[in-house]
Design a binder for this molecule. Sequence first.
Ligand SMILES: Cc1ncc(COP(=O)(O)O)c(C=O)c1O
Length: 491
Amino acid sequence: MDQSRAPILEALQEFRRRNDVVYGPPGHKQGRGADRRVADVVGIDVFRSDVLLLNGLDDRRQSHGLLEQAQELMADAVGAEHAFFSTCGSSLSVKTAMLAVAGPGEKLLVSRNSHKSVISAVVINGVEPVWVHPKFDAQRHLAHPPEPEDVRRRFKEHPDAKGMLLVTPTDWGTCADVQGVARTCHDFDVPLIVDEAWGAHLPFHPDLPPWGMYHEADLVVTSVHKMGGAIEQSSVFHLQYDRVSPEVLKQREDLLATTSASTLVYATLDGWRRQMAENGRELLDAALHRAQRIRAAAQGLPGLQVMDREVVRSGLAADIDPLKIVIDVRELGVSGMQAAEWLRTHRHVDVGGSDTCRISASITHADDAETEETLLAALRALVEAADDMEARPAVDLPDPSALELEQAMRPRDAFFAPAEHVPAERAAGRIAAELVSPYPPGVPAIAPGEVITKEVVDYLRSGAEHGVLIPDAADSSVRTLRVVARSGAAA
Ligand SMILES: Cc1ncc(COP(=O)(O)O)c(C=O)c1O
């Protein structure tokens, strides 16, 4: 296919050239009604390019098939049989992908270290999760994706499961053996869905970790806004083989999707695909070299430990994304959250992720010599300032096995059951009726239906005291927890 074309971008350019007047949404009419103070901040072009496909870029019958053309070009560029764009982020795409494989009441293997959007899908879709526990890395207090043997064991225990959802790379850049897991799924004649939200760049350079479509996954979801160059909420479904029908996927997506898809998202997806198809190898080559230099320089700073390929071994990770620079800061005597806050306040540097032990910075095709030096200068300053940072109450990190909670009820049943709030000290032994996800990375420490333990409460309480953000818990301080009511007073 002619990868130099970008049908949606070209149609947008043409729409703007024609100066069409639209008597339908959006009500700002391509910026005519935009408040100047808004336009001054976000730019008038944001409004000028905000136009619907239907009765806008394309006609009433969508006879130009712009979206289809752009999607076909994407599929062609990344080795998929089909690609579908979504403007609702991978948070919605993973829900759709799961719904396309397992309906209400059906079983699906799910990596327990999944992002909260996956665990929410379990609640909303009513699927029965068969959790596959990740590989817990006690030294780093980190969870890596499960291995093929873990998956095989769970399929043997649940031969009626309809498929599996695997997350790779994780937020911290560690990766699964996608092909091994895919083949295991196929041995049981069911599809593998890969939440590759962090992997939009993977198809475009051979030195990057496995890209699902090249490694036999059936359905892969990416967030192009994370490691790629499209704007926020840009997500793509990629499909191959015949275990998931494109028709079923489209119809289930239609149940959840917006009817007012953003052309800004479509156009930037279209442009990113063209950029990568034409120059991805070279751009990512430069990013890989840059990341390599940053890793070496950061590793040379006292008190910083950069995670590298030492985690790539049996029982831990199958690979790492070298563009995700994950730095353990514990030797500095501060937490990752403290380091991240200091970097933002004192150096105006926002690292993408932080938790108790570490910070992470994503390097993409967009970085240059200036951003490379900014990051390194900020890290050097952090190392110097660490001794003077105020000590904070320590986070009570549990033994990793303590994070494998027993599931006593289906997540959906527990979430919708009559519930009550109990003080944290009295929560152990009760069944959770909510998700409790330290953010980032947004992987629930407690999922609805799981039996709360003292260890997990101590971890969450001490985390909240330290400054961990827990946005989804009803009480984000975790002084109380929402649990399934035993009887009487339910809320
Ligand atoms: C592994 C994973 N899956 C899915 C999502 C949701 O993606 P989005 O932000 O595009 O909705 C995230 C977001 O951080 C994620 O880390």
